[in-house]
Design a protein around this ligand. Sequence first.
Ligand code: ADE
Length: 432
Amino acid sequence: MRYDILTIFPQFFESPFSFGILKKAQEKRIIKISSHDIRMFARDKHKTVDDKPYGGGSGMVMKPEPLGTAIEAAKLKGAKSLVILTSPQGERFSDRIAKELSQFDQLIIICGRYEGIDERIREIYVDKEISIGDYVLSGGEYAALVIIDAVSRFIPGVLGNEASPHDDSFSGGLLEHPQYTRPEEYNGIAVPQILLSGNHRELEVWRRKESIKKTFIRRPDLLDSTDLTEEDLEFVDELRKQNPPSFRVYIALVHYPVYNRELKIVNTAFVNLDVHDIARAVRTYGVKGFFLVQPVTDQQILVERVLWHWMEGPGASFNGTRVEALKLVWIKNSLDDVSDEIEKLEGLRPKVVATDARKRKKMTGYTELKERIMSGKEPYLILFGTGWGLAEEVMDASDFVLKPVDGLTGYNHLSVRSAAPIILDRLFSSKV
Ligand code: ADE
């Protein structure tokens, strides 16, 4: 593999590649790393590589001519080459991309600086734009270092032990199992017995389980692109039993006060399907309670009859799993009564999160809400409106309003029994 780095700071790369694995790989001629000064390709006497952006704005833009000439000069004839631009707008770098890139003969890496490069360079030459993370670096040189190191590890011969890149964290989509070395006991903590047993088969099983456990707890998102075997899945089920969700979340389906289609405040009637479907989602995603806010006595009696049918009446023997979901349902007269009940259960009043299909100012995103909930500091109550949505007074009294569930089409008419499970999935899904 040949790496050609195009930069305005070629000296930047002098020391990082003079150590360890990459130094050895260069000595063995498995990889060759060259950095080229883009200024050398500027034609004017001041060696200008940047200029003011057309249309104004702060900062400078890298000029197209020196860069274009540098790329042309770097390209090896007949080689399988790829031109990469490092930039915060690129595709997120990953182990999978590193492995793909290791298949090329030559990577030409343009280190972006200033406000970016002239768009025409991107159009004509750039094959792949890569970001190493959602933060802004002062130059693409740092990203180039990361890319070269991660890619080289996949090139045969770079690591002494051929198997090791595939055992590392992320290969196969799992984090790496814990490692130990001598002494056998350190600060009162002993090395797990299995590592001393010499039983290779059992050791492999232990390592796999430890990897799955670490990934399940720390980075469940990685499991989305991991293929787990049947044995792995059985182990995940065990983990779920040992670690039931620790967050304290309740939801309420509000029948009053909500809007009707004329935007008048009304009390809606209870919908059997909503209660069943949302209760099943509540049980699936680990929500601790599902409150139906319904002040009308006749409506409450009706719901109680339905619940009785499924929990104690003929429905119970017809579908036992439904009982597990419906026993999480509570009927309450008002939202205040719901918060009082949660306070009794949890010792704290919940933070209230309203949901709405409409956009409004100051809405909270799913990542932020998830982080808050997972921090476990306080209980949360998520409100779902029936009819045409929660009344403004409910929105105003809430601590957060969650962003609407929305697709890419501009059409947004989900039923509450569709929106609620989608929201629960965005907050509490397992990607196994
Ligand atoms: N240049 C500036 N920030 C960057 C990032 N996050 N990834 C790649 N190149 C960059």
